[in-house]
Ligand binder design. Structure first.
Ligand SMILES: Cc1ncc(COP(=O)(O)O)c(C=O)c1O
Length: 374
């Protein structure tokens, strides 16, 4: 089967661990195992844990902990996966058929866009509007959804803009989906990383055909654990589990154990507060860097996630800028091209402040050079 190239992942996989300044990450600087484990005795238990196959859909304890975050959900509504990306993959794979009509709200994480196009779904994009602070035009969603629409796909809080749907927008999307019986696939992996500390509500519980994907990679600062999950109606979870048999079978045993700590009430509060603290501390640094560039850059301030989606006013292609940054400055950021939008850069502001400032300084040097040669 032909798969569209997942440009952003190729770029990050190739460079993120090699460059001097990686500003492509959409989460904060990750936690260490020591930081995550409050009790050293637990570390000893972990060392003695046999590395058998983990319960393949996630241990009952982990699924119960996740279910407790979603009103009305039980163990049987939850499937634990290897990262949010596997949660998205299995959800699409188990729910849609080639030729199915799908409405997707863009810009968004390129993985799902690449999959639905590669799998042969009929995709109708609906765009968020920068002049509306990256809110959707509900009339456009309404016009795109027909009685044939099988799924509405969205990411909330949004990657790359950091925008968050209002409760009224969520309700309107639910009503539009309900009219045609379409599924809503809501990727909520940035939930909990809001700078203002107000937790983004989930779509779960607002409609009976909702599939939520989430994971520990962004708001929890634990991407290396590779833990994600799907919350969906029971019958649907039973189906996704059997598809999961064909992908990775099970999450890692150690990851499942560490995820139980991260998602315990105490662990969760600690991880999310750490992420929000970093975002709150770093964002003013990022904002003043933006301001120091004058009118060359502008952004709608992100409300969640350690990412800023920045528009630049230069006659230069975004991929070309990213290639120059890599070649000349060993800095990695994501080009707007990877979201189908040139003249934007997605810049991660979640690393430690000193690292962030040095990386941004190198971006400034290239931008300065481009400005002087235009
Ligand atoms: C919206 C969104 N969903 C899913 C993922 C993938 O998450 P994971 O690293 O847990 O597979 C990402 C990663 O950038 C993302 O931005």
């Amino acid at each position: 089967m032909r798969l569209d190239k997942f440009e952003m992942e190729r770029l990050q996989s190739t460079w993120e661990n090699r460059v001097t300044f990686n500003l492509s990450e959409s989460s904060v600087h990750p936690m260490s195992v020591r930081e995550l484990i409050p009790d050293p005795a637990f570390l000893g238990q972990l060392l003695d844990a046999p590395l058998h196959y983990n319960q393949s859909n996630g241990t009952d304890e982990l699924r119960a902990t996740i279910a407790a975050l979603y009103p009305g959900a039980t163990l049987e509504h939850v499937e634990v996966t290897n990262g949010g990306s596997e949660a998205n993959f299995v959800s699409i794979y188990a729910t849609l058929e080639p030729g199915d009509e799908v409405v997707m709200i863009l810009p968004s994480y390129q993985q799902v866009w690449g999959l639905i196009n590669s799998f042969g779904m009929k995709v109708k994009p609906v765009h968020l509007h920068e002049e509306r602070l990256w809110a959707p035009d509900l009339a456009e969603i309404e016009a795109a959804v027909t009685p044939q629409t099988r799924m509405i796909i969205l990411c909330n809080p949004n990657n790359p803009t950091g925008a968050i749907l209002t409760p009224a927008e969520m309700e309107a999307i639910v009503n539009i989906a309900a009219r045609s019986g379409a599924w809503i696939l809501s990727d909520e992996i940035y939930q909990g990383s809001e700078r203002d500390g107000r937790m983004t509500p989930t779509f779960w519980g607002k409609y009976d055909r909702v599939i939520v994907t989430n994971g520990l990679s962004k708001a929890y600062g634990l991407p290396g654990l590779r833990i994600g999950w799907i919350v969906a109606p029971k019958e649907h979870i039973a189906k996704t589990w059997s598809y999961h048999d064909y992908t990775t079978i099970a999450p890692g045993t150690l990851s499942d154990a560490l995820a139980r700590i991260a998602l315990s009430p105490e662990g969760r509060a600690r991880c999310l507060e750490r992420t929000r603290d970093i975002c709150r501390a770093n964002f003013p640094l990022f904002r003043s860097w933006m301001e120091s560039q004058g009118s060359l850059f502008r952004m709608v301030e992100p409300r969640a996630g350690a990412i800023a989606y920045v528009r630049y006013d230069l006659p230069a292609n975004s991929t070309m800028i990213v290639q120059r940054l890599l070649r000349e400055k060993s800095v990695l950021v994501v080009p707007g091209d990877h979201f189908g939008m040139d003249c934007y850069l997605r810049i991660g502001y979640g690393p430690p402040p000193d690292y962030l400032q040095k990386g941004l300084e190198r971006v400034r040097e290239v931008i300065e050079d481009l400005k002087n040669t235009r």
